[in-house]
Design a protein around this ligand. Structure first.
Ligand code: SAM
Length: 253
């Protein structure tokens, strides 16, 4: 059966998204590589370089999933600054995804440090986290899955300290007329088939494609970031790979 996400009421979205990520948790990393031909790794590397965290940065990685951003963040701080004092809290609504992340960190030197902590939580309600308590907030391929984007942004603003930075990596809209139809074909024809072949789960990847279509375009999302109170530089976003993905960023000043 097809989830038919376009027609689900808002109140059900969270439940359905929960099912999707519980279904895919163990296959999540290999699926990302299969669907993006490995390109998501380059986007995430670029995302961390664009963030350029300084030594001792305290990061909240929301919808952190299996830890791609958290891991790159700590590696960057170590490799660039020789810094072992940076800290990341990996927060996700889905304990299955977090468990995959925990397992992955358990095989690294970070395990026995206090540099990484895990927390189950909802991006739309971070009430367990004090205001003004983080230097940086990241959300990578996560905000699209949330029901109320405005609440996510308000909470991001609240938990950041003044001067703190919000950064979001998310799928975008492809404007280039030569690329757009190809990308559309790949999304609708190929991705669900890869989902079926690699994860035996066509529906979850059908959901993925639909959720990408429905997410606001880069300029609209930048408006939402500004409406939450953030100060942006220039347009407020950077396109990656023809706008298939984009990085939005804003400062709490
Ligand atoms: N950030 C990781 C990455 O870039 O690979 C994981 C992204 S994964 C596509 C989306 C994640 O968002 C899932 O782990 C899912 O459980 C989480 N998620 C969905 N809705 C959420 C919410 N309301 N609050 C927190 N996490 C949420």
């Amino acid at each position: 059966t097809h989830f038919g996400f376009k027609s689900v009421p808002e109140s059900m979205k969270e439940t359905l998204v929960g099912q999707v990520f519980s279904n895919v948790a163990s296959k999540y990393d290999v699926m990302n590589d299969a669907m993006s031909l490995g390109i998501h790794r380059l986007w995430k590397d670029h995302f961390i370089r664009a963030m350029a965290p300084g030594p001792g940065t305290k990061l909240l990685d929301v919808a952190g999933g299996t830890g791609d951003i958290a891991m790159r963040f700590l590696n960057y701080c170590k490799e660039i600054h020789g810094d072992n004092s940076a800290q990341v809290t990996l927060l996700d609504i889905n304990p299955h995804m977090l468990n995959v992340g925990k397992k992955r960190f358990s095989m690294t030197p970070y395990e026995k440090t206090s540099q990484v902590t895990f927390e189950v939580g909802n991006a739309e309600d971070l009430s367990s986290i004090p205001s003004n308590s983080y230097d940086a907030y990241t959300i990578s391929f996560g905000i699209r899955n949330c029901t109320r984007i405005d609440r996510v942004l308000d909470e991001a603003y609240r938990v950041l300290r003044p001067g703190g930075r919000f950064m979001c990596l998310e799928f975008g809209n492809v404007q280039n007329p030569a690329i757009a139809p190809l990308y559309k074909m790949y999304s609708f024809q190929i991705i669900p088939v890869i989902g079926q072949l690699v994860a035996a789960d066509r529906d979850s990847y059908q959901y993925l494609v639909e959720s990408i279509q429905q997410f606001p375009s880069q300029d609209r999302f930048a408006e939402m970031v500004k409406n939450a109170g953030f100060t942006v530089v220039g347009d407020g976003w950077e396109n990656l790979t023809f706008g298939i993905a984009a990085i939005h960023s804003g400062f709490k000043l």
